[in-house]
Design a protein around this ligand. Structure first.
Ligand code: ZN
Ligand code: ZN
Length: 284
């Protein structure tokens, strides 16, 4: 029994379609996957359908970006009833905000002399959630920059000339959307935060917990064993449940694999059990 509660499809920045992702889960003997695309719930319905067909349990989810002060945090949402009108509206708004951001970045690029249009970018994205990578690809194709790297360092990166910050849900807004859809909120990859900041911001966890976050992702491809232990301890101390996942984006023999991360990641069955219990509690 192998569990993976953090995976991406081509509805955000992964490469497999939701059905392909579930097929791969079956192939890799992963019995449960949670689809957690960035800012979109669009892949869940297809994944659930394929999961029912292949006998893979699919937990509908999402990964949203928020900011606490200056700290960027990724929040996972699990057990979403994605037919909830208010939740749907919130995610539609996010998709709209993304599109507005795209248009603003493209018009800045036009001012800087790049001959690209929003339409081209949308065509290239082909229905996926539009991101900066799509803009970068069009820039390369048009010969405005030599490669993707240059597109990001000079134009699309945080310090780039055409960068526009993205609209985010507020922390309370994100947690309310997730809970409003009958789901639970979990802090994604706390170890990534620890690496970024030099030390782990426990107060951020407490703050989010007060807003209704229920768990943290202790098991993660890029967490060391020590980190996993430390996060499990923190979770026990604060009465949070723990989850785990690979953050799989695309098949790559040297990269992250479903259910195993870089090879030795295993998400304990108890995580799934506790997650389901937490979801059941929100719904009652
Ligand atoms: Zn993330
Ligand atoms: Zn992720």
């Amino acid at each position: 029994m192998m569990i993976d509660l953090h995976v991406h499809t081509n509805c955000s920045d992964g490469t497999l379609t939701p059905s392909e992702l579930v097929k791969r889960a079956a192939l890799k003997e992963v019995t449960t996957v949670a689809i957690t695309d960035h800012d979109t719930i669009a892949g869940n319905a297809e994944a659930l359908e394929e999961g029912a067909r292949l006998g893979v349990e699919v937990i509908p989810g999402v990964e949203v970006s928020i900011k606490i002060g200056e700290v960027g945090v990724h929040l996972l949402g699990y057990g979403l009833d994605f037919t909830t009108p208010r939740g749907l509206a919130a995610f539609n708004r996010l998709a709209l905000a993304r599109e507005e951001r795209l248009v603003r970045m493209v018009s800045r690029l036009n001012e800087l002399g790049a001959p690209i249009t929003s339409k081209e970018v949308k065509q290239l994205a082909g229905g996926e959630v539009i991101g900066r990578l799509h803009i970068a690809k069009v820039m390369v194709r048009r010969g405005f920059v030599p490669n993707l790297q240059a597109a990001f360092t000079q134009y699309l990166g945080k310090r780039g000339l055409a960068y526009v910050d993205r609209e985010r849900l507020t922390p309370i807004g994100a947690i309310e959307v997730i809970r409003g859809m009958g789901g639970v909120a979990v802090m994604a990859h706390p170890g990534v935060l620890e690496r970024e900041l030099g030390e782990f911001p426990e107060e951020v966890v407490k703050e989010l917990q007060e807003l209704g976050m229920g768990g943290i992702e202790s098991y993660y491809s890029r967490h060391s064993e020590e980190q996993t232990d430390a996060f499990n301890e923190l979770a026990a101390k604060l009465w949070l449940f723990t989850t785990g996942g690979s953050d799989f984006h695309s098949p790559n023999p040297d990269g992250i694999e479903l259910g195993r991360g870089y090879g030795d990641m295993r998400v304990p069955e108890s995580c799934l059990f506790n997650l389901k219990e937490a979801i059941a509690k929100t719904r009652n």
